[in-house]
Design a binder for this molecule. Structure first.
Ligand code: NDP
Ligand code: MG
Length: 385
């Protein structure tokens, strides 16, 4: 296998840094050719000096001189600003994009990669929540794969290997339940940022950690699954599985169920996506069934964790509603992380924005972009940001 040139969009994040560890451990298979960050110039420079990519991009243009100066003795090209992300995604400097930017900001560069005929390993689920139909249509038109990195979707993707002729009856997305599993609104109303940032099984970026605590993450993942695997809303079920050993399951037409299991470790789905279709040997810890006592399952508590219900509503109605949900949620999580609103207020912001912004049944890309803008301003006005 010749070396695959990887572009990591969002290299300074939780997914990005773990992907670089995978690349460092498999130098014969991969090289990091594009690295991007939004604010964290210091880590970006450190990564660039270690991996010697062809290009780095710093989102915050004010930081351009600092990054340029720090890399002056190298051949690494430095770009800055939001537009540069799209321009670099268009260049023939890489073979596969790892889309690991968080939030709506990942949409345009990912679309550009597909437009340029590049396969995408997708961590950035918001891209599919906002405009999944357009993204998947583009991938189909350009005949390039979108390989999931999200652990549940990687599990489903792995279960589907060798099953192209067989129909899926349903997929079962597992959820850990987050740090507040079993808690009720009278507890949640007082939850503060630092408590919500403590996830029992996974260490992740701040936004997805809060989404996991509210169960919005699972709702976004249902929408992500719809687009990745071409499913109807009622083919997607969520089950709480606190141990996070079964990463998700597929039930086929004959009632047979396949699952993918392992210790919770994002490096596994990351390396599967980078190496696909090949599995790559590693020395990461193994699951030992003899020392594991129980695997348990329960129904999600949608009455308490209303964000999951709102996401199911958006999934079912479709159109621009998932885009509205996502934009309002990004604003709400941002405000919660800055202690501007409470834990349960996040649901209020999302719900009110979903009611307010006009529904569009089959939006164009521009209509999605406008919807995002309108939903953000309305959500922000609710919080007086
Ligand atoms: P992080 O917050 O840790 O990292 C986000 C990355 O995106 C950073 O490199 C950050 O740069 C960059 N970034 C942030 N805002 C912007 C912006 N406006 N424009 C361009 N770049 C930006 O997030 P995670 O790594 O946790 O998550 C990344 C994506 O992967 C998310 O969509 C998440 O849902 C998904 N995912 C994550 C999992 C995990 O285990 N972490 C699991 C499954 C999915 P900087 O560091 O400079 O701010
Ligand atoms: Mg996940």
């Amino acid at each position: 296998m010749s070396q695959k040139r990887i572009a990591i969009f969002g290299s300074t994040g939780s997914i990005g840094t773990q992907a670089l560890e995978v690349i460092a451990a498999n130098k014969d298979k991969f090289s990091a050719e594009v690295l991007t960050a939004q604010n964290n110039d210091e880590l970006l420079v450190q990564q660039a000096l270690k991996f010697n990519p062809y290009i780095v991009v710093i989102g915050d243009e004010k930081k351009y001189p600092k990054v340029k100066q720090a890399l002056a003795r190298t051949d690494i090209q430095v770009f800055a600003g939001e537009k540069a992300l799209e321009e670099v995604a268009e260049m023939d400097a890489y073979d596969l994009m790892l889309a690991a930017i968080v939030g709506y900001a990942g949409l345009k560069p990912t679309l550009q990669a597909l437009e340029s005929g590049k396969p995408v390993a997708l961590a950035n689920k918001e891209t599919l929540v906002v405009a999944g139909d357009i993204v998947m249509k583009k991938a189909l038109e350009k005949r390039v794969p979108v390989i999931p990195v999200d652990s549940e979707h990687s599990a489903i993707f792995q279960c589907l290997v060798g099953e192209t002729r067989n129909k899926i009856e349903k997929v079962i997305l597992t959820a850990s339940g987050g740090p507040f599993r079993g808690k009720k609104p009278n507890f949640l109303v007082n939850v503060k940022r630092d408590h919500a940032l403590q996830h029992p099984n996974w260490t992740m970026g701040a936004k997805i950690t809060i989404d996991s605590a509210t169960l919005m993450n699972k709702g976004l993942e249902m929408i992500e699954a719809k687009w990745l695997f071409n499913l109807k809303p009622d083919q997607i079920q969520v089950v709480i599985h606190p141990q996070s050993i079964i990463h998700s399951m597929v039930q086929f037409e004959d009632g047979s169920i396949k699952s993918q299991m392992g210790l919770p470790n994002m490096k596994l789905p990351i390396q599967y996506a980078l190496g696909f279709p090949h599995r790559i040997p590693n020395d990461m810890p193994r699951l030992n069934f003899r020392s594991m006592s129980t695997l348990t399952f329960e129904e999600p508590d949608i009455k308490t964790f209303k964000n999951l219900g709102l996401a199911i509503d958006a999934l079912t109605k479709g159109g621009n509603l998932p885009c509205i949900l996502n934009a309002a949620n990004e604003i709400a999580v941002y405000a919660f992380l800055r202690n501007r609103i409470g834990f349960l207020d996040m649901t209020e912001v999302v719900e009110q924005t979903m009611v307010k912004i006009p529904f569009i049944e089959s939006p164009t890309l521009d209509e999605y972009l406008d919807t995002d803008g309108e939903a953000r301003s309305f959500a922000a006005s609710l919080i007086q940001m």
